[in-house]
Design a protein around this ligand. Structure first.
Ligand code: 13P
Ligand code: SF4
Length: 318
């Protein structure tokens, strides 16, 4: 198929996928995708993972272009770790409520109000906030990162208060929390969780630590998206109640198709608790990004260098 003169809207999904493969070769690009992407995006990705695995992979990419199908903080992290590559995304509006809950100027005031503390920031933050931090963590290593800090040090943890209170419990540390939350994970209905457990007593409950404590108390396993997927595949149980964005179910169905995966409705009763930012990405926007090599995600060099240090500290400990 020729690179120019193609009307994307007239293509079938199969043709779009074929076109993306050709564009990828032409641009010497690699596609990275998070588990919360639509199934067809997960299927065309060269690498799929949770936020930690995606950063580890992005660091080593040798191709000229990384097309990042996730949200902006993930693309920024790829740029910070592999600055000579062109990082493009399908949609620049793909933000994150957690990253948005921590504007850098307010975060700095909070840090300044607690001198001599160690600042642990979740990877779901802007590059500017990372640059203000001592060490970064993800949902898969937050407990390990906090445990690496001497016990006589005060820890500040932001911006996710629910991941932070989970880490408070697992580390038994007195941690000061920023008041941020994820709009997806804070919306699960406790009533529905209770009802689903009562109706499916044979099911295992798998939850992401961004869920609030009133939801996490029902979980058999709490972990990152990778951990949730691998547990569903490895567990002896045949049925699972999934307390995270339902994008993860695609990999579960591919890896263990005989098992049953149940989505939990949100507080408004919708069984479609999808991340509105992650789901902005589409095959059409991927084609456009590869054709135009835009929109591009860049990080100002001074910020990049400062943000790199706490990310590297995390990667060394992971
Ligand atoms: P993971 O680190 O588990 O991929 O989670 C990222 C995220 O944004 C969850 O909402
Ligand atoms: Fe951010 Fe929540 Fe979406 Fe994850 S699910 S990207 S934390 S808004």
């Amino acid at each position: 198929m020729e690179l120019i003169d193609i009307n994307i809207e007239t293509l079938t999904t199969e043709e779009k996928i074929q076109h993306i493969k050709e564009l990828k070769k032409e641009r010497n690009a690699v596609i990275l995708a998070h588990y919360y992407q639509d199934p067809d995006i997960q299927d065309i990705a060269d690498f799929i993972g949770d936020s930690l695995a995606l950063s580890q992979y992005a660091q080593k990419v040798e191709q000229d272009v990384i097309l990042f199908c996730g949200v902006n903080f993930m693309a920024e992290t790829a740029k910070i770790l592999n600055p000579t590559k062109k990082i493009i995304v399908p949609d620049l509006m793909a933000g994150c409520s957690l990253a948005d809950s921590a504007p850098a100027d307010e975060y700095k005031e909070w840090i300044d109000a607690h001198p001599n503390s160690v600042v642990v920031s979740y990877i779901n933050t802007s590059a500017e906030v990372k640059a203000l931090s001592d060490i970064i963590c993800t949902s898969s290593n937050a407990t390990k990162i906090v445990n690496s800090i001497p016990t006589d040090k005060q820890v500040l943890f932001g911006p996710d208060k629910f991941l932070g209170s989970f880490v408070k419990q697992t580390t038994n540390r007195d941690i000061i929390l920023w008041d941020g939350a994820c709009i997806v994970h804070q919306k699960f209905s406790e009533e529905k969780v209770k009802q689903m457990i009562a109706e499916n007593p044979d099911a295992e409950v798998l939850a992401h630590p961004e869920c609030p404590p009133n939801i996490l108390k029902y979980a058999d396993i709490i972990g990152s998206t990778t951990k949730i997927i691998s547990r569903a595949v490895e567990s002896e149980k045949q049925k699972f109640i999934i307390l995270t964005e339902p994008g993860v179910i695609h990999q579960m169905q591919k890896l263990a198709p005989e098992k049953i995966y149940l989505e939990v409705p949100d507080l408004e009763g919708c069984s479609c608790n999808m991340c509105p930012f992650m789901r902005l990405n589409t095959l059409d926007k991927i084609i456009s990004a590869l054709e135009n090599l835009a929109p591009e995600v860049d990080v100002q060099e001074e910020i990049r260098q400062k943000a790199l240090l706490p990310i590297q500290k995390m990667l060394e400990l992971s």
